[in-house]
Design a protein around this ligand. Structure first.
Ligand SMILES: NC(=O)c1ccc[n+]([C@@H]2O[C@H](COP(=O)([O-])OP(=O)(O)OC[C@H]3O[C@@H](n4cnc5c(N)ncnc54)[C@H](O)[C@@H]3O)[C@@H](O)[C@H]2O)c1
Length: 287
């Protein structure tokens, strides 16, 4: 089945990025959010991102206009009726996502359509079980910013049909131009299961006074050729996101490496969430 009609649920940071990726790849894309304000904000961020692409010479202004013309925004789930693929990228809340999957199951008419979630931390099987077609459900985990980061993790639940995984693998690589890896439906999948303990180790090192944040970052950049150090990376990911993902990995696995450091919890309590709030471990107010 050639996928030509896709849907995206949620037009926030990830949903708008994923919708842009799909539209740039030539698909007709319906994007649904819950309010006119959310839609306007999603549309504006896609327009801004496409404009940046034109300025950087990554796409022509004709390609930008064509991508925009392929995007349709709605507040109505019923507009997903004829979609062949729907990617859920709504807020990281299990009840919200389960309700979305239950509704998609009733509105998406093609029984061979694929329903996917972009969740960072929740079991795919729970969303699959909210539908009457759990074999057609998998995780398609993009990284932020979706139009720039090459990786997509394909998350395979206990009930995902292997043919669905193969089809999504071919689609993500051949049509979207992404690099794919496959992960089982386990906390953190592959990337976050490795990344979160690493970031937490770095934060614990700073918390214990073992090294300064600057030295931790300089060490990993200059000693291990990382493009940015773990403290700066935690700020970039968002300290609230790090905390949330760490908690969910720790809750299910008990892995002490994924237990959030107290310093991280306190910074989140203080509203110091990193780049997005202008201050985390570092100060971004001037940038
Ligand atoms: N932020 C990241 O770096 C990142 C990376 C990979 C995956 N994710 C995952 O992507 C998903 C979205 O994260 P985000 O950072 O874009 O969040 P966000 O808060 O920027 O956007 C979420 C959007 O979902 C909308 N929404 C809520 N309920 C909805 C519903 N019932 N129907 C349609 N839209 C609804 C909200 O109005 C909001 O616009 C989460 O599952 C998150 O774990 C995030």
């Amino acid at each position: 089945m050639a996928i030509e009609r896709a849907g995206v649920v949620g037009s926030g940071l990830m949903g708008s990025g994923i919708a842009e990726v799909l539209a740039r790849a030539g698909l007709d894309v319906v994007v649904r959010d819950i309010s006119a304000e959310a839609i306007a904000s999603g549309r504006a961020s896609i327009e801004k991102s496409l404009e940046k692409g034109v300025q950087r010479g990554k796409l022509s202004s004709d390609d930008r206009d064509a991508a925009l013309a392929r995007l349709h925004f709605t507040v109505d789930m019923a507009d997903f009726a004829d979609r062949q693929l729907v990617i859920e990228a709504a807020s990281e809340n299990e009840d919200v996502k389960k309700a979305i999957f239950a509704e998609l199951d009733t509105v998406v008419t093609a029984k061979d359509a694929i329903l996917a979630s972009n969740t960072s931390s929740m079991p795919i099987i729970r969303f699959a079980q909210a539908t009457g077609r759990p074999d057609r459900v998998l995780g398609i985990h993009f990284f932020n910013p979706a139009p720039v980061q090459p990786l997509v993790e394909l998350v395979v639940s206990e009930l995902t049909d292997p043919g669905v995984v193969d089809a999504m693998d071919a689609f993500a690589t051949d049509v979207l131009g992404k690099v794919t890896i496959r992960a089982s439906d386990r906390p953190g999948f592959v990337v976050n299961a490795l990344l979160i303990p690493f970031l937490f180790s770095a934060i614990r090192m700073v918390e214990a006074g073992h090294a300064t944040k600057e030295d931790v970052d300089l060490g990993m950049v200059n000693g291990c050729a990382h493009p940015m150090g773990p403290i700066a990376l935690a700020d970039r990911v968002g300290l609230d996101t790090c905390l949330f993902v760490g908690k969910s990995i720790h809750e299910e696995t008990g892995d002490p490496a994924a237990k959030p450091p107290v310093l991280l919890s306190r910074m989140v309590d203080a509203g110091l969430l990193g780049v997005k709030t202008g201050r985390g471990f570092y100060d971004y107010s001037a940038t």
